[in-house]
Ligand binder design. Structure first.
Ligand SMILES: Nc1ncnc2c1ncn2[C@@H]1O[C@H](COP(=O)(O)OP(=O)(O)OP(=O)(O)O)[C@@H](O)[C@H]1O
Ligand SMILES: [Mg+2]
Length: 398
């Protein structure tokens, strides 16, 4: 790069090209690194033999501080001398596939995504550019740059999850809508037929069973309509503390001994606009789930808090506007959930409970009610560490 006058940029400082390069690499926000392969690995070897040799012969000989920060090392000195397996353990098939691809692409692999652990055990996604240096038919070193894209990946996953729920909701809602009309006909006709059938007629029992099945199906379609955000809501101005306190006595009756319900309510909450009956149902679903996750008892805490979406610890979902929200969180000390379960809990009919115990509609309806009210539903959990499910509703009035 040259200035308008044509003199080199850094020339005035007297830095050499090598020093300028080094300053750039050291200050770059991208992680920059070099693995030396010693002795070099012949490129004519079968791929699997090359991979084995990479693991045996590669050492990190250069890197910048940005790379050290990405792996939560104190400085680059802590990383220098590391082996390939410290970054891409060979036990993980995905890492081997990554290296095979590097070879297949003639030792130049651009925009390659890797999933790696930092030194504290945290999982990160990186976007990498790898350039291998081949001399006399053998790979002697690999240069690379990488960027941490973990946050972007999380937002992508969040977006695709909410898009999946939206489209599932649309489908479920429209099917439920048609079913509801059909069920209306079935229930009213069977009612008429029942009235026209004399007491003691054996056909009465059949008709009563038709009616009972019709009522159960109506309840299911009502839940699906809620999930599809097609349920008529009757919003009013609400103090969520009052809603929680009002529901607490009913909730306590649902809990066995050994299972305690604690309220932790903030004394200053904005007012929200929502359907009171539906919110009580949502609270009930969350508390029942918490109870079911604590077969040996424990504590369920329902807390309320007024917060702005930028507050620490709360990241804005991709599609949500920021602003003031009231948060209601239901926390339990139960079994918790692994990542795969958390990804699916808001889907209708997703349940891990044994047959007859759960239909998998509790959280799906909660998701529908909260989204239809302009709010958000979130989960945070880890196996053995309990669960918090929280919903945020926008503050309507101060
Ligand atoms: N607090 C929690 N702790 C652990 N797992 C939970 C918790 N809440 C929900 N889950 C998991 O999410 C799944 C779905 O929950 P959801 O309430 O939608 O359905 P369900 O409880 O299985 O059935 P239903 O609510 O229809 O009776 C549960 O089966 C369970 O695996
Ligand atoms: Mg449930």
């Amino acid at each position: 790069m040259t200035t308008a006058g044509g003199s080199p940029h850094a020339g005035s400082t007297g830095a050499t090209g090598e020093e300028r390069y080094r300053a750039f690499v050291e200050q770059s926000a991208e992680g920059v690194w070099c693995f030396e392969v010693d002795p070099p690995v012949p490129t004519e070897w079968p791929v699997e033999r090359q991979l084995e040799a990479f693991y045996e012969r590669s050492t990190l000989t250069e890197c910048n501080d940005a790379l050290a920060r990405m792996y939560k090392a104190e400085d680059r000195g802590q990383l220098l001398g590391a082996r390939l397996a410290d970054f891409l353990p060979a036990e993980n098939e995905a890492n081997l596939a990554y290296l095979r691809e590097f070879v297949a692409r003639d030792y130049r692999y651009m925009d390659a995504e890797s999933q790696e652990q930092d030194r504290l055990g945290g999982t990160h996604y990186y976007l990498n550019n790898l350039v291998g240096v081949v001399e006399h038919g053998a790979l002697v070193r690999v240069w690379g740059t990488q960027r941490d894209i973990t946050r972007i990946k999380e937002l992508e996953a969040q977006l695709s999850r909410s898009q999946r729920l939206e489209s599932l909701g649309m489908l479920a809602g429209s099917v439920a809508h048609d079913f509801n009309n059909l069920l209306g006909v079935i229930l009213s006709c069977s009612e008429l037929a029942l009235e026209a059938t004399a007491e003691g007629d054996p056909r009465r029992e059949d008709l009563e069973q038709v009616q009972e099945a019709g009522r159960r199906a109506t309840e299911l379609t009502r839940q699906l309509l809620a999930f599809g955000r097609q349920q008529p809501l009757r919003p009013s101005a609400l103090d969520l503390n009052e809603v929680v306190e009002g529901t607490a006595s009913i909730l306590r009756r649902l809990l066995p001994t050994g299972c305690e319900l604690v309220l932790d309510l903030s004394d200053r909450l904005g007012t929200v606009r929502a359907d009171k009956g539906q919110l009580e149902q949502v609270l009930m679903n969350l508390v029942v789930n918490a109870r079911d996750a604590m077969p040996n008892g424990g504590t369920i805490t329902v807390s309320t808090q007024d917060l702005a979406l930028h507050d620490a610890g709360v990241s804005a979902p991709v599609s949500s506007p920021s602003g003031r929200f009231v948060r209601v969180a239901v926390t339990d000390t139960g079994t918790g959930m692994d990542e795969a379960t958390q990804q699916r809990i808001f889907e209708p009919f997703f349940t891990t409970k044994e047959q007859g115990k759960g239909t998998g509609l509790g959280l799906a309806t909660a998701w529908g009610v909260i989204s239809q009210s302009g709010g958000h539903l979130r989960v945070s959990s880890a196996p053995g560490r309990g669960t918090t499910i929280q919903f945020l509703l926008p503050v309507a009035v101060d």
